[in-house]
Structures are given as C-alpha cells and as structure tokens.
Design a protein around this ligand. Structure first.
Ligand SMILES: Nc1nc2c(ncn2[C@@H]2O[C@H](COP(=O)(O)OP(=O)(O)OP(=O)(O)O)[C@@H](O)[C@H]2O)c(=O)[nH]1
Ligand SMILES: [Mg+2]
Length: 337
C-alpha cells in the first residue's frame, strides 16, 4: 500500500472534521436568495447512452456564494480543526481574495483549501538531512508518550534498509521497560542498541555511545531520551546537560535534534515546540498519531508559526507506518479529497 493511500485511509478523523465541515458550510447556503433553476431531467441511461458511452448527468453539486458569513463559518471550522486562529484567519483571507460573490461547490472549496495548506506546508516538508559527518548524531526529544522510541525504531529500520549503518542509544535510563522496548525495536530493525545501568546518567551514556559509534564507524547514532514535560525544570535541565556533554565529544553535534509531537495533543504541540526550542536547538519535527485523531490540522499551525522542517509523520504503530512528509499529499488527505 502506498503511503498516500495509508495516509488517506488513516487521516479519516481529521479529514472528516474538515471535509464534512466544508460540505456543511456549502449546504448551509441561505435559501431563497434567488429562484432555483428548474431541474433539468437527466437523460435516461438507455440504449443510446450505452451505445455512445455517455453517462447520465451527475446531479449538480450544491453551491454557495462566498460572502462574509460563509468566510466566518469557514474560519470557525478551521479553528475547530486545530489550525489555530492566526493560521485560520490567513488561510480564509487568501481563499477570499478575488473570489467574493463567486458561487463555490464543496469540491472547489476543498481544492482551494488544499492549495492554501500545501502552500504553507511545502517549505517545511524536508526529509531528515543526512551529512557526511560520521557518526551523525540524532537526538530525539519530546514529552512523555509522544512516540519517540517508536519513531526511532521506524527511522532506524528505514535508514538500515537504505544501506546506512545505524546505532541506537537508550538514553531513557530511568525505566527498565523503556530499554526493553528499544531493544525490541533494535531487533526488528537489525540495529545495535546501547544501554546503561538503570538510573545512570543519560548524558554519560550519550558520551559513551558516541565513542562507540565513532570507533565502529557508524553512519548514524540515534539517541533516545526519556519523556519530559515542559514544566519539569529538573528534567529540562537534564536535557540541556545531555546536549552539553555531546558537544564535548563533537562540537558540531547533535547534528539533528528531533522533537517528536503527538498529534492528539492538538494546540498544546505549539507550547511544546516553544519550550523545547529554548533548551535544545530543535532542528526538525516528527508528528505521530495522525491516525485516529481529529486534530491533524495542528500540523498546519505548526508549519505556519515556526517554519521548522517536518521530517516525517506517523500514522500507526507498525515499522512502516512512518514516512517522509509530503505537503500535497497531506493537504489533500486532510481536507478529504
Ligand atoms: N496510533 C499510533 N500510535 C503510535 C504512533 N507512534 C507511536 N505510537 C504509540 O504511542 C505509544 C507511545 O509511544 P512511545 O514510542 O513509547 O513514546 P515515547 O515518546 O518513547 O514515550 P516515553 O518514553 O514514555 O516518553 C506506543 O503505544 C506507540 O505504539 C503513531 O504514529 N500512531
Ligand atoms: Mg520512550
């Protein structure tokens, strides 16, 4: 199954919210504004139609003239769908430009919205950059349960398949279960996982992992970290320390700091980006759990507000449920096209 097909099949809750929202807005056209045209009877799909391959005329899609009221409804719907107020306003204004009074069908409105969303997302749709530097150190951060460990497993497997030698460091040294989880992913991906004694300093594990990755000539070292909430000062300090220690070994590292965000958290993802950016130099985002949430629109708000690269999106728990982010595919799937 292509990733686009998967995306369209799994983004259903977000696309239902937006797609059905747009249908509803168009169908809510104020009645009796003008006399409805007399219905044209569709030709019966008889022998002539079969002979000449003509299909019976489709019933006309409902249309609604674009006015202030309709724009307001559109704006509200986009805010509800987690695009955020600023982005919803901008998108609506762009759709309105030069189109006031025009009678739009729901499909046309979806096409217009998809184009606006794709325009915002295209500049940020960038795969994880690969550098000649060996090992390229990828630090993975985020709040509890965002999907860091799973994303590392999926990415490691994909880089492995692309012929890269990959190592993983289990920087979540607090929970034994976290280490086991990463080891399972390491086995699936065929990638070695470096672990340290439970409760030991994650910064020193990161340092040791860098030494080993260097001596074994690994292309990529992915460092998992414990989940941390933005309001836990001590844990945020610990993250800053991991970065400092990594830099002692290689001043240019970490070469990528990936912030993993859970789509189901909606607007809170914006605060997470703000906080993590202050502590670690976040270089790119991965958004997980776009399957099963109606809040996928938050990705548009993130792109519009921060302009940070979106490297990949996750739409499930399996190893191949993560793929590079494609702006057009995402925009079309999101509006239900
Ligand atoms: N549906 C769905 N589930 C996901 C996705 N990514 C991760 N998960 C699930 O989310 C849960 C948490 O994922 P983890 O990878 O353990 O998250 P984490 O950020 O490492 O969590 P902590 O280490 O506890 O902070 C797991 O049950 C994953 O299977 C996704 O894209 N879609
Ligand atoms: Mg984890």
């Amino acid at each position: 199954m292509s990733f686009f097909t998967k995306l369209r099949d799994r983004l259903t809750r977000s696309s239902a919210k937006i797609g059905e929202g747009l249908d509803g807005i168009v169908e809510a056209a104020p009645q009796a504004a003008e006399p409805a045209p007399a219905p044209v009877p569709a030709p019966a799909p008889g022998l002539v139609g079969r002979l000449f391959g003509t299909t019976p005329a489709k019933p006309e899609e409902p249309r609604r003239a674009l006015d202030d009221e309709m724009l307001e409804e559109l704006e509200d719907m986009l805010v509800q769908a987690d695009l955020g107020v600023d982005t919803a306003l901008r998108v609506t204004a762009n759709i309105a430009e030069g189109r006031m009074g025009r009678r739009l069908s729901s499909t046309e409105l979806k096409e217009l919205l998809a184009a606006e969303i794709a325009r915002i997302m295209t500049p940020v749709a960038r795969p994880l950059p690969l550098y000649p530097k060996k090992p390229q150190v990828v630090l993975v951060v985020g709040v509890n349960g965002a999907g860091k460990t799973t994303t590392i497993g999926k990415l490691a497997s994909q880089f492995r398949a692309a012929g890269k030698s990959v190592m993983i460091a289990a920087g979540d040294t607090f929970r034994a279960a976290a280490v086991e989880q990463l080891q399972i992913w390491g086995q699936r991906a065929g990638v070695p996982v470096m672990v340290a004694a439970q409760g030991s300093d994650p910064a020193s594990l990161a340092f040791d992992a860098m030494s080993r990755a260097e001596s074994e000539g690994a292309d990529l070292l992915m460092i998992d970290t414990a989940g941390r909430l933005q309001n836990r000062q001590d844990l945020m300090e610990e993250l800053a320390k991991i970065v400092r220690v990594i830099r002692k070994k290689d001043p240019t590292a970490p070469h990528n700091t990936l912030l993993v965000l859970d789509a189901t958290t909606g607007q809170n993802a914006l605060n997470q980006v703000e906080t993590f950016r202050q502590l670690a130099d976040v270089s790119g985002l991965v958004m997980t759990k776009l399957d099963g949430t109606a809040r996928g629109g938050v990705l548009v708000a993130l792109a519009d507000r921060f302009g940070l690269p979106i490297h990949a999106i996750g739409v499930g728990e399996q190893i191949d449920d993560l793929d590079a982010f494609d702006a057009d595919d995402f925009a079309r799937a999101l509006v239900g096209l």
